[in-house]
Design a protein around this ligand. Structure first.
Ligand code: DGP
Length: 113
């Protein structure tokens, strides 16, 4: 997607602070961190969000979640971490490329879910 911000970050056309990458995913620090550690894990393949995923996306989704856990370990989040994927307008998704927020590095005040 030529006009997608995260596709441009993955392609290196927009700079980012890389944290992790593999064949299917790319992870970088959020520009507006909500926690001491705030990393975005995105699939290299453009999917607008979780609602756009189907059976053909299973390998990509699994790779993203595995990447989240690897990022958490790499960042030393031994006390725990949270993974969030905002999907759609009600959830205030601002970038329409599937992404998982990996948050940690401190006690979170609100229990989600
Ligand atoms: P969401 O609201 O769930 O769609 O999260 C999008 C996140 O993307 C938000 O936390 C801020 C982050 N973000 C937006 N633009 C950039 C950027 O240019 N670089 C980086 N590193 N993060 C960005």
């Amino acid at each position: 997607m030529s006009d997608c911000l995260f596709c441009k970050i993955i392609a290196g056309e927009i700079p980012s602070t890389k944290v992790y990458e593999d064949e299917l995913t790319y992870a970088f620090r959020d520009i507006n961190p909500m926690m001491p550690t705030h990393v975005l894990v995105v699939p290299r393949q453009h999917l607008t969000g979780l609602s756009a995923a189907d059976e053909a996306s299973d390998a990509v989704l699994a790779a993203c979640l595995r990447a989240c856990a690897k990022v958490a370990a790499q960042e030393g989040l031994t006390g725990g971490f949270r993974v969030v994927s905002n999907c759609g307008d009600d959830a205030c998704q601002s970038v329409k490329h599937l992404h998982f927020h990996v948050l940690g590095g401190g006690k979170m005040t609100d229990k989600m879910g």
